[in-house]
Structure formats: structure tokens, C-alpha cells
Design a binder for this molecule. Sequence first.
Ligand code: E4P
Length: 218
Amino acid sequence: MQFFIDTANIDEIREAASWGTVAGVTTNPSLVAKESRPHREIIEEISALIDGPISVETLSLDSLGMLKEAHEFATWSPNVVIKCPMTIEGLKATKQLSAEGIKTNVTLIFTANQALLAALAGATYVSPFVGRLDDIGQDGMALIQDIRTVFDQYYFETQILTASVRHPQHVLRAAQLGSDVATVPFKILKQLYSHPLTDSGIEKFLADWKKSGLSTDA
Ligand code: E4P
């Protein structure tokens, strides 16, 4: 499973990129709005930091508007993936972009039927929002399992991008269930690296070494 980082914050992306595990970036209108900077400038800066796919979301509600935005976004970086919402208009735009060879990410997926439709429209990625399903008392990870089953049944190449990740257990379950990608907020990505026993283990090793009086030279 690949990790994408779910943010439009350049400092977070720069830091996470230096850790060597981030393969791509996802943004959405809320994340971009938080940065209070021109959209294009943000995406171009991300593109200088990350070699992999960068999802950029359209704002129009009609397919023609989405296509116009998509064609503009695609000039910002060769790595741009166009995010369209899971609506009839969004799937019309996805189908057209796919025919043009432009990569797409169908977002706001909440059922396996929606994921199936997006795959049939030629989506490169589908983004099921597990955290938002959990928020309303449904089982977000069960959706990942259902989509995996359907996609495997028909050999769809569309990748499952687990989104709306809220904690490390979502990440582990996504990996266990065969999600192709998990897009993870910076704070949670950082949590994945840590364990208190790792920290106390390092402290103990260093304390024992110091007590021994041995040199640190090889
Ligand atoms: C990413 O593609 C999604 O837009 C994002 O993961 C949504 O996360 P949220 O439900 O925490 O806003």
C-alpha cells in the first residue's frame, strides 16, 4: 500500500517528503482554503517537492465546468490528478478525462455501488471516505472491503485510495484489506512512526552504553 499525504500545507509536505515514505498528495477545497494562498502557487510548490500524483479538486457542479477546470489544472504540473465529485456530472467529466488520458480521482465515495460506477467511468482512483462514515455510525472500513471484493471480481485497474483517515487503526485496516493507497493527514502519518517502547528502548540502550564507559567511535 502506498501512502499519500492529505494536506495542502507546504511545510507538512516538505517535512513528510524528507521521511521518504510519501508517494503522493491529496488536496481538497477545504484543505486549500486553509492555506489562504493562490491555488496554482500551492500546487506548483507541491509538485517541486513530490514526484508522485497530486490530486486537485474541481469546484464546478456541471461536467463542462469541471472539464474546463481540469484542463487548466493539468497545465500546472504533469503530476496533477483531477478530483471530481461522485455525481452524475462528475462521472461524465471522469469518462471524458479518462478518454483524454488525464488521470482522475472520484471523491466523496460512500458506497461500493458508487465505486463501481466510478471504475466503469474509467477513474484512476476512487476515494472512499472512511472517517466520515464512522462519524455517522457506519463502518467505514467495511466499505473498503466491499470495494476490494467488487474490483477484484472484475479485475478493475481503478485504485482504492482510502481517504478521511482519522487514526492509525484506519491505516492498518486499509493495508490489511488491500487498499492500494491511504491518504493520511500529517499528524497521523507522524504517529505511525512512534511507539513509547521504541523511545524508552533507545533511552535504555544509550544509558547502558554511557554507563559502560565505551567509546562511540567504531
Ligand atoms: C482526501 O482526498 C479527502 O478529501 C480527505 O481525506 C477528507 O478527509 P476529512 O473527512 O477528514 O475531511
